[in-house]
Design a protein around this ligand. Structure first.
Ligand code: DC
Length: 237
């Protein structure tokens, strides 16, 4: 499939973008579970490529080597009822290994690599093209599925995002230093917004939700209300 494919037309896809730590993944996973649809965490794919690259000792500036790696890796997202999907890299469960601080920092570099993005975008389109999926990331509403039937941009203040990300990491038993986390999130935001290919942007037609003072349940209900209201209507052509 070519990278110029504008997306999946009127397929039933909920596309979610927003900055790191906003809680997109938890919201997307819950919305998918309640709809009975598939949840696809695209950040996990960038993280998996990065993990493999670091394990193989590749330079994160070596674009041809990173692209070759991204082309050959088998990345699988296996649904896990009641929890995060597990992430498998060439048959190995790397769900926890891709969430370390070191991998988070390195992934921001790998995500800047245009050919890696090209390969992962094509993979994401293949996974989503059958519809009935909820997909989250940074470029889902703008590049991967700009014609998704539902597009959302979730935002929150930096303080709130640091807090949410810290809670997520601690729940996984990973070490957290809030000050360091705030610096990293700020730097990743900057990179996400200025990257030449697939930068974080609000897509035309996306519903923007500032979740700073909203509960998780309210955000989930807001998304579900939009999806369910339109699910009963014929898809726009
Ligand atoms: O959402 P996350 O923190 O797991 O994402 C990990 C990294 O991958 C982060 O630096 C942003 C980047 N990313 C991206 O560039 N495009 C996506 N569609 C998803 C994530």
């Amino acid at each position: 499939m070519s990278d110029s494919n504008p997306g999946a037309g009127a397929l039933d896809i909920v596309a979610l973008d927003g900055p790191g730590g906003v809680g997109k993944s938890s919201v997307a996973r819950e919305v998918a579970a309640r709809l009975g649809w598939l949840y696809i965490d695209t950040g996990a794919m960038y993280r998996a490529v990065t993990l493999a690259a670091t394990e193989q000792g590749l330079s994160l500036n070596d674009e041809p080597a990173l692209a070759q790696l991204a082309r050959t890796l088998q990345i699988e997202l296996r649904p896990h009822p009641g929890g995060d999907p597990t992430i498998w890299l060439d048959g190995r469960d790397v769900s926890l290994a891709i969430r370390t601080n070191q991998i988070s920092v390195a992934t921001a570099l790998v995500a800047d690599t245009p050919t890696v993005r090209h390969i992962l975008v094509a993979h994401q389109r293949r996974l989503g093209e059958q519809g009935r999926v909820v997909m989250d990331g940074r470029d889902i509403t703008t590049v991967v599925f700009p014609q998704a039937r539902w597009k959302f941009y979730l935002d929150a203040s930096l303080d709130e995002r640091v807090q949410r990300r810290a809670e997520q990491l601690m729940a996984k038993g990973l070490w957290v230093n809030s000050e360091e986390l705030a610096k990293q999130i700020t730097e990743r935001d900057r990179r996400d917004r200025i990257r030449p290919v697939g930068p974080l942007r609000i897509a035309p037609g996306a519903t923007v939700i500032d979740t700073t003072s909203l509960s998780f349940e309210t955000v989930v209900q807001t998304l579900l209300a939009q999806v369910q209201a339109e699910l009963s209507l014929p898809a726009a052509v």
